[in-house]
Design a protein around this ligand. Structure first.
Ligand code: ATP
Ligand code: MG
Length: 226
């Protein structure tokens, strides 16, 4: 049974969108799954259903209760800033080892469920004062699902992110190009990435039914990743 770290070329790129599509596709095909977004910033309790944690719970078919939110996202901060700054704004500090332990605990208890762990922001977004999200993926030694956009410049951002993952010997199970609101061409972006990166590149058309996700969901669920 698999577990994947969902990372991407930047913030607001589609990590939660893609994660929710995968969770729904698995649920529909009877594959048990779970999600974890350990650190979330910009969290508004009054609008919890629209937070990443709430959206992931919705895709899992679970209630957006305080208890479930705390389970899926133990570290929540109100300020819409990078995690170390959002924590600091509340007089808190993030402890890398504690976040790593929490992720490991979720990996341990996943049983026969496919687990997705969503990172905060882009692949090298600061996670704590001196570590990035990339350091967490490397520490967990998990394969990644990398989400890119299709805006002008997205290919460079995608290949840059993929290069740093490769440099840390992190396996990337798939690249998903989530069509940007202002797009330079979804299929063209996928084709350019696919010519320069030797793996599966999948297009997620904007606002389309999530059937795009079924083959990817099937392939990921069948992998013995960790
Ligand atoms: N393929 C798509 N089709 C339709 N909407 C999309 C698609 N990809 C992303 N979006 C929308 O774009 C916005 C940003 O996406 P999302 O929240 O998934 O980004 P993220 O990478 O998870 O951001 P964060 O760094 O805050 O976690 C959301 O409103 C999402 O619904
Ligand atoms: Mg998100």
């Amino acid at each position: 049974v698999s577990a994947f770290f969902v990372t991407g070329a930047g913030t607001e790129i589609g990590k939660t969108y893609v994660s929710c599509a995968l969770l729904r596709a698995w649920s529909e095909s009877g594959v048990a799954c779970d999600a974890f977004k350990p650190v979330v910033s910009g969290f508004d309790r009054a609008d919890a259903a629209q937070s990443d944690s709430g959206l992931l719970l919705g895709a899992l078919g679970e209630a957006v209760s305080d208890e479930n939110i705390a389970r899926i996202s133990p570290w929540r901060f109100a300020a819409p800033l990078a995690p170390p700054l959002a924590a600091k704004a509340e007089g808190a500090a993030l402890d890398f080892a504690a976040i790593e332990r929490a992720c490991r605990a979720r990996i341990e208890v996943r049983g026969d469920r496919v687990l997705l762990i969503e990172g905060a922001g882009g692949v090298m977004a600061p996670l704590t004062d001196d570590r990035t999200g990339l350091d967490l993926i490397a520490a967990l030694n998990m394969p990644a699902v990398f989400v890119a956009g299709s805006y002008l410049g997205a290919v460079s951002h995608a290949l840059t992110g993929l290069a740093v993952l490769d440099a840390r010997t992190i396996k990337v199970a798939a690249v998903v190009v989530s069509e940007s609101a202002v797009s330079a061409g979804l299929d063209a972006t996928c084709a350019m990435i696919a010519r320069m990166w030797p793996g599966h590149v999948i297009a997620a058309p904007r606002g389309a039914p999530i059937s795009w996700c079924a083959p990817l969901a099937h392939r990921l669920a069948a992998q013995q990743s960790i």
